[in-house]
Ligand binder design. Structure first.
Ligand code: RIB
Ligand code: CA
Length: 330
């Protein structure tokens, strides 16, 4: 809804659940949420992916403590609901501990007893039509929550997913030529979520790969963003090392923080409404395939299903500036 500047000087708060496999770029996204003045981060739900779920949960608790966050942490899925493309965790990208192998102390605080999928159901039920879910790992926790409560799609305000790739702006997959990691890690879960009717926006590699941090940008963060900038500098050493090996340049795409950017400023993205299905087997496993034509094909796999908003374009300089200014303490 539009903010009514005549009634209150403050924009309305967005209540958010962050579903994540923390992860270097997940950590960057979490700090974005933490610093955004109009975000009330009520929960962090974790899952396997960049590291094991016990490591991603530890990472969430570590950051909660380090940055004094009030969000409750709920541990989630340790494995996919269906088959996954590839094996193991992305430790070659994010380090063995998921945070670029910086030294980590054991957090004093603990995760809640309730599993993530149950917590999602409970929190959505307690805040009907009010919760935004920003999901930047596998869709497993969400698929499990849908199985527990099929009425969730009509109760969630919006779901913003970092995942998938549709071929816009010349971008292709990062796990196979057609598959992106979050979707490839649990294609069945993603297919269930994208066809569920939850009002969903998909922020895929098509746009996340358009926004790129280099060393100069990290230096700017380090100079202006206090403890957050220093933390981002530390965790990004390993990440940059990985990208230097793969693309020959010390820079990284802003994947997960792009989902937060969409939450804060959807006007910075161009979207297309389309039915989105996910290939759950075969050589195209993990591919996100969209159709906005509503044509009758030889298959009716895309017919009469709810649509998602697929991000097809981005104002990249504006997203980069938004991240910097939100974290800046100057
Ligand atoms: O493909 C990029 C995505 O995979 C990001 O969410 C990253 O953190 C990993 O989970
Ligand atoms: Ca992630």
């Amino acid at each position: 809804e539009q903010h009514d500047a005549n009634r209150s000087p403050f924009p309305p708060m967005k209540k958010v659940i962050f579903d994540t496999d923390i992860g270097i770029d997940d950590a960057m996204a979490l700090l974005f949420l933490h610093h955004a003045p109009d975000v009330d981060l009520i929960a962090i739900t974790t899952g396997f992916g960049n590291a094991s779920v016990s490591d991603t949960t530890r990472n969430a608790l570590y950051m909660k403590e380090l940055f004094n966050m009030s969000a409750a942490v709920y541990a989630g899925a340790a494995m996919p609901v269906g088959s996954a493309l590839g094996e193991g965790y992305a430790d070659f990208v994010h380090g063995k501990n998921g945070l670029g192998d910086i030294p980590l102390t054991t957090p004093m605080c603990e995760a809640e007893a309730m599993p993530a999928a149950e917590a999602i159901v409970e929190l959505v039920r307690a805040n009907p039509h009010e919760l935004s879910i920003v999901a930047v790992g596998r869709m497993t926790n969400l698929a499990m929550a849908l199985a527990l409560d099929p009425e969730l799609p009509s109760l969630i305000k919006e779901l913003i997913v970092m995942g998938g790739v549709f071929g816009y702006n010349g971008h292709r997959g990062n796990v196979s030529p057609v598959a992106e990691a979050n979707i490839a890690g649990d294609p069945l879960a993603a297919d269930r979520v994208f066809t569920s009717g939850i009002p969903t926006t998909i922020v895929g590699l098509d746009v996340t790969a358009e926004t790129v941090m280099n060393e100069a940008y990290i230096d700017q963060l380090r100079q202006t963003a206090g403890a957050s900038g220093e933390f981002i500098h530390q965790i990004s050493r390993f990440y940059f090392g990985f990208y230097e090996k793969v693309i020959g340049k010390a820079e990284c795409p802003i994947h997960d923080a792009s989902a937060v950017a969409y939450l804060l400023r959807p006007d910075l993205y161009r979207t297309e409404a389309a039915v989105v299905r996910v290939a759950t087997e075969g050589i195209a496993m993990g591919q996100t395939i969209h159709d906005s034509t509503r044509r009758v094909f030889a298959t009716d796999d895309w017919l009469d299903l709810p649509t998602c908003n697929v991000c097809v374009g981005v104002d990249a300089p504006a997203v980069m500036a938004l991240y910097l200014s939100t974290l800046s303490e100057l």
